[in-house]
Design a protein around this ligand. Sequence first.
Ligand code: SF4
Length: 158
Amino acid sequence: MQKILISACLLGRPVRYDGRSVPKHDAMIDKWLEQGRLVPFCPEMAGGLPVPRPPAEIHGGTGIEVLEGKALVKTREADVTAAFLKGARAALDLCREQGIDFALLKEKSPSCGSRHIYDGSFSRRLIPGRGVTAALLEDHEVSVFCEDDILALSHVLI
Ligand code: SF4
């Protein structure tokens, strides 16, 4: 049975920057949980960041540019790029160790976002693009689905 890496905050784990979670209530998630398919993971915590932590956004590009060394992830005070890269690599390592080919990730996050992320201005403006972890996983053939694509993910699982 294929496993799915899932953003830990979507499963109700209080790992977000604000110390909260964003539980996704969906019958399919309940079913996958029961089947033991879900592997919860928070890249930002795996990268060594605490809870709570200052919010961060990507400056000068999207996750792919961060991976290429052309953009940075910053809070209002600090450069946290290294922690975001470490967390993304830990996510990929976990997928490789457990043979995970699919990920269901929280949208708009500078780590987990797969369609849109914030633009780096801390003004809640969204731009098209992926977060650092989503970009790294997709570059290594892990198919990333956002929280609104649960049905689409269910159609490709075996
Ligand atoms: Fe959720 Fe991903 Fe942010 Fe962790 S890094 S809190 S899993 S969106």
